[in-house]
Write a protein that binds this ligand. Sequence first.
Ligand code: NAP
Length: 342
Amino acid sequence: MSKQTVFISGATGFIAQHIIQQLLDTNSFKVVGSVRNLEKASSLKANFKNHPDLSFVTVGDISEPDAFDKIFEEHGSQFDYLLHTASPFQFNVSDYEKELVVPAVNGTRGVFKAAVKFAPNVKKFVVTSSFAAIGAPADYENSKIVFNEKSWNNQSLQEALNDPVSAYCYSKAAAEREVWTLQKELKPKFAITAVNPVYVFGPQCFDSSVTKTLNTSCELINSIVHSKPEMPVPEISGAYIDVRDVARAHVESITNEKTDGQRLFMSEDRFTMQNVADVINKDFPQLQGKISKGNPGSDKAVIERMAQCDSSATKTLLGFKFKDLEETVVDTVKQILKVEAN
Ligand code: NAP
């Protein structure tokens, strides 16, 4: 059987590279990845060892409403599946609406409309949404709340523009809403799945991506590896999932009809940064005494105050076991230490 073609936006991303790797490993797909410029594509090509089933196309800033049109007009008829992962995930921004909300929403609308117009063979559209679309930051410390696949972040744009974290969360909720709304309006032939991960940890797909500062979620772990013993452990908590499980959820969504119309709440469990520090101090004796130890045991009270995450429906639907905190943190730190030793 000839290979089917998957288009993936944001091919340079932390999560996207793992998705591409897993797609190529199946030997069943050709992959076309979009990148902002060809310089980025050439290093990715080299990392994927010039894989014959992988090619790249250039799509500029996805804030532009027609950013995807040209590429889809040219190549859209080849695409069987679409994975839309591109979206800004960073908090170091000054204009929250322009830098976070506009690219998230316009990018999603743009790729969806381009698919409807120019890609008649697409059978499935998988959008990388987020826990940010499930819960509003104001509810994270409300232990009476249980988030699940049906929960939505209903924060208004006006409230969200107060800080970059809320603005990012709003951007993801607004972008995912756009998908479900466009499905009703445009009635595309393809089915849709949203993948909604919590904080995504785990190793970079390639060692060359281990730089001084990592992508936003992995930087939390990197910050403990590079902390000083006298430094406090950051008061950040949430829920976690490993990047390899997030990538697998995307890949399986392509062909698993049970995921059609579903939101996949990709959450293994809750964590605090104290839990991350505990794992690193326990599993990397060479770092003991050199990095923050924090206050072991302090996590329990924090977790009791947090909202709960019930991802049981997603776990049952996907049917594979998600990696636990120790495995994802250890694999992240091992890679950082290996790269830094060289
Ligand atoms: P990442 O490494 O920062 O990747 C983001 C990707 O989006 C990159 O390819 C980036 O391109 C592209 N992008 C961002 N803004 C763009 C713009 N204005 N125009 C064109 N391309 C743009 O982040 P990631 O963690 O892999 O995130 C990927 C997706 O997962 C995002 O949709 C994010 O919201 C979602 N997500 C991530 C987490 C997490 O904890 N990591 C959790 C939940 C959901 P460049 O390389 O050119 O900048």
